[in-house]
Design a binder for this molecule. Structure first.
Ligand SMILES: C[S@@+](CC[C@H](N)C(=O)[O-])C[C@H]1O[C@@H](n2cnc3c(N)ncnc32)[C@H](O)[C@@H]1O
Length: 278
């Protein structure tokens, strides 16, 4: 993926500076209105522009599809490109389970001609499964679980799958927890840089939701496997943390009120934006 071409081309999708202006194409606002989800119109414009520039033989990978808003935005008009989407339908309790039917419906309505492989399961397991994604990933969009470890692994686990040059877009990146994970990861991994930051002015900003950061990866060596430390962290996440997450969502389903209050305290600071007090 020619990431410089992407940044040069991106301006043509917006009326002015993407940070502070609306996308020119009204489709992104329409999708953000019609398809339930968590990504803003400016984010959809960026995802779509990135997918449009994918070279032949490279693929687009999304983690965290929910009901399909970001995927529908990315695939629009991008027939002929290959898309992979990973979703475990775990978050949001029962609503997460219901998301599957709504996702399938949305893909039928808005993305019938797109080439999408929907991979159901835990992304950190799927990404390490040989052949699950069988083309170099030129564009990667991460919108899955938002803990420090999962954001670190979101980069570590995908690195072996990336093309030699790749664009990596991370949602909710205005949250301190995401930026901290990126700082820790980038200190330990050559070839990565933060290329653009479209931050949210406040939680659920109508253009940028909770912020989108663009990272660029350029492979510097021949290594195509995770380091031992990163692999250890991945194993912890998939064998221990994933089970704890399942248990926590089961509790959240039974006691939604208490869980919401506990979550607000636990996640408050790591997800605070600007003057938000939550
Ligand atoms: C915020 S939602 C995604 C929103 C979506 N991109 C949109 O545009 O509306 C996050 C999704 O990530 C999924 N998810 C969280 N952790 C995951 C994991 N480890 N593997 C796969 N999917 C995961 C959740 O089930 C949830 O549906």
């Amino acid at each position: 993926m020619d990431t410089s071409a992407f940044f040069d081309h991106l301006g043509t999708a917006f009326a002015g500076d993407p940070q502070t202006s609306d996308p020119l194409d009204p489709r992104w606002t329409r999708i953000a209105t019609d398809v339930a989800g968590y990504t803003g119109p400016n984010e959809l414009a960026v995802l779509n522009a990135a997918a449009a520039l994918l070279p032949e033989h490279e693929a687009y990978l999304e983690v965290g599809t929910f009901k399909g808003r970001s995927l529908v935005g990315a695939v629009a008009g991008n027939e002929g490109k290959k898309f992979y989407a990973m979703e475990n339908f775990l978050e949001f309790g029962m609503a997460g389970q219901e998301a599957r039917a709504e996702l399938e419906d949305n893909l039928r309505t808005y993305a019938a001609s797109a080439d999408i492989a929907l991979l159901e399961g835990d992304c950190f397991t799927l990404m390490a499964q040989p052949g699950a994604v069988d083309a170099p990933v030129g564009v990667y969009f991460y919108d899955g679980e938002h803990t420090l470890l999962s954001h670190y692994l979101a980069l570590a686990a995908v690195e072996p799958l990336l093309a030699d040059e790749a664009l990596v877009l991370v949602d909710d990146a205005t949250w301190p927890v995401v930026q901290r994970a990126h700082r820790i990861f980038l200190r330990r991994h050559p070839g990565w840089s933060v290329a653009a930051t479209w931050d949210a002015a406040h939680a659920d900003d109508p253009r940028w939701s909770n912020g989108l950061h663009a990272l660029v990866f350029r492979r510097t060596g021949r290594r195509t496997r995770m380091s031992r430390v990163d692999e250890g962290l991945r194993i912890y996440q998939t064998r221990v943390q994933d089970r704890l997450n399942h248990a926590a969502w089961a509790v959240a389903d039974r006691f939604p009120g208490i869980t919401k209050r506990v979550a607000a305290v636990v996640m408050g600071r790591s997800r605070a934006i600007g003057d938000d007090d939550h």
